[in-house]
Ligand binder design. Structure first.
Ligand code: ADP
Length: 333
């Protein structure tokens, strides 16, 4: 159970705007619902902009009501839709956007998204002074200041379901499978899925392991006695890496199949963990705005709500926990 701080009301709010931005993540809807219902229960209106910053810049906001956010808790994706918006990189556009929001009676903005979206939120506040609060919404879990981001747990479970099935086939055919999972350059999904799926090896982003190194690494573990094996590969930045590695393994006399899980990991109904995380963070976002906070992201650390300056997010890289790396290696040996 996560502890929520009780905060005194310091700021009068009439209207909060909400966007979901960057890559979609399961649980974003649960956060929109929690914000809307928490705000609504205090007489504060919420408005949604469609397609992230694009909607905020170019389109009118639409009201969200207690009932309009009904039946979305269990839905993946985001009812507000999401997008990337080049125009928002321009400070002049951010100023115009803040003026338009103020003209509509909006006192604050909540941004649910990844590190890019949260960095944009910081610039928006720095340029315009309109209070902004961020929530970490990304399957990649690559945001500093929080143990988990909204969507990560669901993506891990989705990838695991696929891995368990692939393992059945690997076992039946005595085959080596390379399973590529998402997570951009961060490796959090790969490490979690590798541990939870009992992978014989995990290839993290930027490791650039070649066929010889992988075979040598596997030869040092129990894998040498096994005909079937499963290696989890983080997607990294080279989209051809996993298929090339499988071909190179074949050329080295160890045939392997590449299986790229791709976008099936992004959608789907959010896990219980993600629904609770999004609900707690969404409700606490309203508390924090009312208490006068701005320019921060809320996350979860050591069982409690944690606040991180939005400015930090674009500058710091979240590191994979050393203990988990050691654990993955011990369990595969
Ligand atoms: P994610 O939030 O998933 O990391 P992106 O990095 O694509 O996704 O960022 C989403 C959007 O956030 C961008 O299209 C842009 O509108 C906005 N954004 C990202 N970085 C900045 C920045 N430095 N300044 C202003 N806006 C930004």
């Amino acid at each position: 159970m996560w502890t929520l701080p009780e905060l005194p009301v310091q700021r009068e709010l009439r209207r909060i705007a909400i966007i979901t931005s960057g890559g979609d993540a399961p649980g974003m809807n649960a956060a929109v619902r929690a914000i809307t219902r928490t705000a609504g229960s205090r007489g504060i209106e919420t408005l949604g902009a469609d397609r992230g910053y694009s909607g905020l810049v170019h389109e009118p906001l639409r009201p969200l009501s207690m009932s309009s956010v009904g039946s979305i808790l269990q839905r993946g994706g985001t009812i507000l839709k999401t997008d990337r918006c080049e125009a928002f990189m321009d400070p002049a556009v951010r100023l115009q956007t803040a003026d338009a929001l103020r003209a509509q009676g909006v006192d604050a903005l909540i941004v649910i998204g990844g590190d890019g979206s949260l960095t944009g939120a910081h610039h928006f506040f720095a340029d315009t002074g309109l209070p902004v609060l961020g929530l970490p919404g990304t399957i990649d879990n690559d945001i500093v200041g929080t143990d988990d981001s909204i969507g990560f747990d669901t993506a891990v479970n989705t990838a695991l379901e696929a891995i368990d099935r692939i393992r059945d086939t690997a076992h039946s055919h005595d085959r080596l499978f390379l399973v590529e999972v998402m997570g951009r350059s961060s490796g959090f999904i790969a490490l979690s899925v590798g541990i939870a799926g009992g992978a014989e090896a995990i290839l993290l982003p930027d490791e650039a392991v070649n066929a010889e190194t992988l075979l040598a690494r596997m030869a040092q573990t129990r894998t040498r006695e096994k005909a079937s094996s499963l290696v989890v590969v983080a997607e990294g930045t080279d989209p051809t890496y996993t298929t090339r590695l499988a071909a190179d393994l074949g050329a080295q006399g160890r045939p392997a199949r590449a299986c790229i899980l791709g976008h099936i990991q992004r959608g789907g109904s959010p896990s219980g963990h993600d629904r609770v995380l999004a609900s707690v963070l969404g409700a606490s976002a309203v508390d924090h705005l009312q208490a006068g906070y701005s320019d921060i992201m809320l996350g979860i650390r050591e069982g409690a709500i944690a606040r991180t300056a939005l400015e930090r997010i674009g500058h710091e890289r979240k590191k994979l926990p050393e203990a988990w790396l050691a654990l993955a290696s011990t369990l595969a040996s």
